[in-house]
Design a protein around this ligand. Structure first.
Ligand SMILES: NC(=O)c1ccc[n+]([C@@H]2O[C@H](COP(=O)([O-])OP(=O)(O)OC[C@H]3O[C@@H](n4cnc5c(N)ncnc54)[C@H](O)[C@@H]3O)[C@@H](O)[C@H]2O)c1
Length: 345
């Protein structure tokens, strides 16, 4: 990779959304260099990046965004024109068990990255031109009742350690914009789904447990509502916000697909009933739905999230392309193909 060419630093690009973004962005912008730094925690996987490895305009650095000297070296050695910051501990359940890693990577890591970018861009007189883009979540806004949606003006009210760490990081990002005049932008998206997501998250858990013939755990009464965004639609939003979003602004990104967890589980089981009828018979099931079990609710489980993303649509012209049903079908097929590739299937 030519270090002097325009380079975007991607953090956390071996994870779910980051790797999908790298694939998407490299297709759209084949002449831009992407430098991906990832710690490869349990959540990151080099397999997510096999298709881009070895390409001239892509490079991977195995590293931790809390390491100041590593980041300073990166900014010294490459001409980083922008940062798209995905790296984070991202699983709410893990943050409830132990939040330390969340504060380290999500808060301290974001601050370390901001600091390294600021120092380099300030020296080059580029602080207001180069862009720092913070990828965030609708969970920073808290929880909703049956009505209403979060707007960009909704005050932050995070209710679990993961969302608190993301809200803290967002505030730091904004503060660098106000204090130093750094060009920063934030987006807060709803729940993503699609290929390459870690098996611990809701949709992959439902699919993988069904394929393994084990119980499919659904928290509480299954009536918690999330708005689902197909990951490639999110990638399109990220591209447009990175290039055209206004500095110091936040953009909500939604999928307009509010579903309860139980409805999602049943729909996935229905798809699997038609994709894997032999397996269903072998497991002695009338339907994969027979595997669904309600479990003790998550502590502090937010009831409903939904975002108003009219600002992104009206100001930047984005709209999702994927229909929820076709996106879910493609997602289930992707996991089934991965499962079929495993030995002894
Ligand atoms: N998945 C969603 O539905 C969703 C929705 C809204 C926002 N987000 C945000 O999008 C971003 C990406 O989410 P995801 O679902 O792809 O997460 P993920 O857990 O799949 O991936 C996170 C990646 O970050 C890396 N990482 C973690 N700590 C690191 C550190 N200290 N230094 C370097 N790399 C580190 C991991 O190795 C992993 O590859 C996160 O910031 C998350 O808060 C996710």
């Amino acid at each position: 990779m030519n270090n002097l060419k325009s380079t975007i630093l991607i953090t956390g690009g071996a994870g779910f959304i980051g790797s999908n973004f790298i694939h998407y962005y490299m297709k759209q912008h084949p002449h831009v260099n992407l430098l991906n730094i990832d710690k490869l925690t349990y959540a990151g996987s080099m397999e997510n990046l096999i298709e881009v490895e070895g390409k001239d305009n892509y490079q991977f650095i195995h590293g931790d965004i809390t390491h100041e000297s590593l980041l300073n070296n990166i900014f010294r050695n490459y001409d980083i024109k922008g940062v798209i910051h995905f790296a984070a501990e991202s699983h709410v359940d893990r943050s409830i068990k132990d939040s330390r890693a969340f504060i380290e990577s999500n808060v301290l890591g974001t601050m370390t990255l901001l600091q390294a970018a600021r120092e380099d861009w300030e020296k080059k007189g580029e602080l207001s031109n180069r862009r720092f883009y913070q990828i965030s979540t609708d969970e920073v806004y808290g929880t909703l009742g049956a009505e209403g949606k979060f707007t960009e003006q909704t005050p932050y009210n995070p209710r679990n350690p993961y969302s608190a760490s993301k809200a803290g990081a967002n505030l730091l990002v904004r503060s660098f914009g106000y204090t130093y005049g750094m060009n920063v932008v934030i987006s807060s998206s709803s729940n993503n789904f699609g290929p390459r997501q870690h098996l611990e998250k809701l949709i992959p858990t439902i699919i993988s447990n069904a394929l393994a013939g084990t119980q499919i755990p659904i928290y509480g009464d299954g009536e918690n509502v999330r708005d689902w965004l197909y990951v490639e639609d999110h990638c399109r939003a990220l591209e447009v916000i990175y290039h055209h979003g206004q500095s110091l602004e936040t953009y909500n990104v939604g999928g307009s697909n509010e579903r309860t967890n139980i409805v999602i589980a049943e729909q996935i089981c229905g798809i699997l009933d038609s994709l894997k009828p032999e397996l269903r018979k072998r497991l002695n099931l009338n339907s994969f739905k027979d595997l669904i079990r309600f479990t003790e609710d998550r502590k502090g489980h937010d009831r409903r999230y939904a975002v108003d993303d009219s600002k992104l649509k009206s100001e930047l012209g984005w709209k999702p392309k994927e229909d929820f049903d076709t996106g879910l079908q493609k997602t289930v097929e992707w996991y089934v193909n991965q499962w079929n590739l495993q030995p002894n299937r």
